[in-house]
Design a protein around this ligand. Sequence first.
Ligand code: ATP
Length: 215
Amino acid sequence: MKLEIDNIELSFNHKRILYGIYLKAETGKITGILGRNGCGKTSLLRILFGSLSSKYSNVRIDGVYQKKKLYKTGEVAYLPQHQLLPTGLKIHAAFDYFNVEWHLFITIFPSFEKYKKNRISELSSGELRVIETYLVLNSNKKIILLDEPFSFIAPIYVEKIKQIIQRKKEHCTIIITDHFYQEIMEISDTIYLLKEGYCKPISSKKDLKNEGYLS
Ligand SMILES: Nc1ncnc2c1ncn2[C@@H]1O[C@H](COP(=O)(O)OP(=O)(O)OP(=O)(O)O)[C@@H](O)[C@H]1O
């Protein structure tokens, strides 16, 4: 599958946020998006998913313009930047809802075993992020959009999540954004830097320095 988006025009309060975007993501490849705070990474993912409307946008799958918002196709899973799961939900119920096996999760993250009967509200921010990211990655969708999956997560869990993402790319089109740029550079096959409304393809750390993303 090839997923493309371009022709976006997004403004908030007369301030143009996105206007020169072309982004292509493909099954078998991880597409990473980097960019400074406020450059529009979350907005771009939300436009792709369909939860944010822009003045213009053109989303294509295998070259075919998508009239429907992507979330209505049932083929996309989205990890938003902020909390996904309702606070009062029991953790095992969240696994049931996503149709994901708890015992497989526990084989990778054994320290979470004690939480099965707890509620989402009883997790730390990082523990919640691990569970949410795991559920989205294992939700059996063709397209996966991840907004800051590594936020609040301890390095040992970041490594495990990275391994899962790399395994999933074989069957999924994955787009990921995060401020952990080294992690993004390590796992991504294609990287874009979002800057001044545009997407610029990036191939090395030197490019990031030249663009003023790194000092
Ligand atoms: N609902 C909104 N109303 C007004 N302005 C908004 C709204 N949502 C986002 N913005 C503005 O649009 C810009 C892009 O926001 P966005 O959240 O997409 O950036 P981001 O690159 O994801 O930032 P960060 O890395 O800090 O999460 C920011 O300047 C933000 O203030």
